[in-house]
Design a binder for this molecule. Sequence first.
Ligand SMILES: NC(=O)c1ccc[n+]([C@@H]2O[C@H](COP(=O)([O-])OP(=O)(O)OC[C@H]3O[C@@H](n4cnc5c(N)ncnc54)[C@H](O)[C@@H]3O)[C@@H](O)[C@H]2O)c1
Length: 383
Amino acid sequence: MAAQRVVRFGIIGAGLMGREFAVAAARWATLTGLECRPEIVAVCDLNSELLSWYGRNFDSVKQQTTDYRALLENREVEAVYCAVPHNLHRDIYSDIIRAGKHLMAEKPFGIDREANGDILSVLEKNPGVFVRCSSEFPFFPGGLRMQKLIRENPWGRILEVNCGFLHSSDMDYNKPINWKRMARYNGAYGCMGDLGMHALHIPIRSGWLPRRLYASLTNVVERRPDGRGGFTACDTWDNATLLCETRHPREGYDFPLTVKTQRIAPGQTDTWYIEILGTKYSARYSTKYPKTFEYMSYENGGAQEWRREDMGFASLYQTITGGIFEFGFTDAIMQMWAAFMDELCHPEKEMPYGCIRPEETKLQHDILSAALKSAAKGLVVTP
Ligand SMILES: NC(=O)c1ccc[n+]([C@@H]2O[C@H](COP(=O)([O-])OP(=O)(O)OC[C@H]3O[C@@H](n4cnc5c(N)ncnc54)[C@H](O)[C@@H]3O)[C@@H](O)[C@H]2O)c1
């Protein structure tokens, strides 16, 4: 194989997700057959303890800074991964794009629809910059299988689609607050802004866009410990259930789509799921049982038998890991980054299973804004 092209990255926002990317880059040798690889040369965060973690673990990091503009001035930096709180997306993403750096951004890609529109208009003026938005769950073997099935369309008539992303750590009323539970940093979407892009990735990519939508939003825990012995307002939506009516883009009939994004879902640690029920073929997958893919093929008068298949390590990009092994969260991150790098280095390549595209983040904002409107008025709305 020819020498790999090295893409030099800066990370802005070096917290939970910044570190996941750094470690994925360090584990790049697990991927076989890719012609490019990331190298992290610069890191920016306001927290100096985090910066020193990168300094200790990555010899390639030559710049540590608390000023993201200094990172953007670094001519070594070709691309940026930006994982900062939602209230900073508009300014920092726009500045990254204006600086001509390629960008892997985080969801929801703007704290609200207006911020999203502003970022997209900066991108429109800088068409040479490659931008994608992170969403790793469709890279699980079951997410990939589901996307392949959707392209093959074996369902007969789709009866309904149910998808979502469920968390449960907020069941603990004693859990101290963080920025994700404060509307001024996290945004009016609350749990939908954090979890919605994950749940909507496959429906949006499939062209299953809600024509009508009703949203039920709840704020279950209204105060949380502030971590300093007191309490503070927890003013974000904890749980959201969207009931949508969706038109099949090729076949023209309507079917129901439910989208759940919940932080208080009993017993669900980090459960991403999708279920498609059809008259001829049905399938479901949940990261709760990450190896297991369930499906049912049906012919009139035949037995109605759900089957369960252990998928093993069935990834989009080939790795050194044996097919008999298990796949996990860090593997999904790795595969998502492989897709980003592949598309960045081969812009002409068709990428049906690639990362979220900028125009898809707009569709997500259309849906989530409609959900807010629906909940505020108690009405069915059209996104
Ligand atoms: N893809 C996923 O699975 C996933 C999971 C969690 C979060 N996220 C997204 O990632 C983003 C960050 O979330 P996180 O969980 O990593 O949060 P985090 O709080 O762990 O990290 C955010 C970091 O940004 C830093 N920061 C704040 N202001 C800054 C500034 N002006 N300049 C530089 N750094 C600054 C903070 O110090 C913090 O370290 C959000 O958009 C979130 O929605 C994605």
